[in-house]
Design a protein around this ligand. Structure first.
Ligand SMILES: [Zn+2]
Length: 159
């Protein structure tokens, strides 16, 4: 169970999200798509869905449906071309770790072509984490842009 400090922080993060309309969810509520549970004011993974949970679609699943991203990550460069699989694995691992801790942080899409990988995420936080993780593991250059305040991020990594 999350402690209350963490809970407050998580609530603050989502309170201004147009997809987070708390009053819509009658607690406990379970997402029909991903089975995340909304209870005690936050979204959390539970081994067992509470009995008689109300059904809903969570903000992350809605964003994925609408392709309404909170962040985008552009990876490019010669090094990337040579280490694509490795870097994709890192991306997936970091995304899984984040999602375990913050259930609404998800990858929406990963697009690959010869030279680039472009990843979109449900929220700003995960995009930043992915950029930082690749940078930490493989050096190169990392640039973070917030074009419209803190709610949306563009992350550029090159090596
Ligand atoms: Zn969901």
């Amino acid at each position: 169970m999350p402690n209350s400090k963490r809970k407050d922080r998580l609530i603050k993060e989502y309170i201004h999200d147009p997809y987070f309309t708390k009053e819509k969810y009658k607690e406990p509520a379970v997402c029909e798509k991903c089975e995340v549970v909304f209870v005690d004011g936050i979204f959390q993974w539970m081994e067992k869905t509470p009995p008689n949970a109300n059904k809903m679609i969570c903000p992350a699943c809605r964003r994925i449906e609408d392709k309404y991203e909170g962040g985008i990550v552009y990876l490019s460069g010669e090094f990337l071309k040579e280490h694509k699989e490795e870097i994709l694995n890192l991306i997936k691992n970091v995304a899984e770790e984040e999602m375990a801790y913050r259930p609404l942080e998800r990858i929406i899409d990963i697009k690959e072509d010869n030279d680039n990988i472009v990843i979109t995420t449900t929220y700003e936080h995960l995009a930043r984490r992915l950029g930082e993780a690749v940078h930490k593991a493989y050096k190169g250059s990392l640039k973070l842009e917030y074009p419209g305040g803190q709610k949306y991020i563009r992350v550029f990594w090159e090596r």
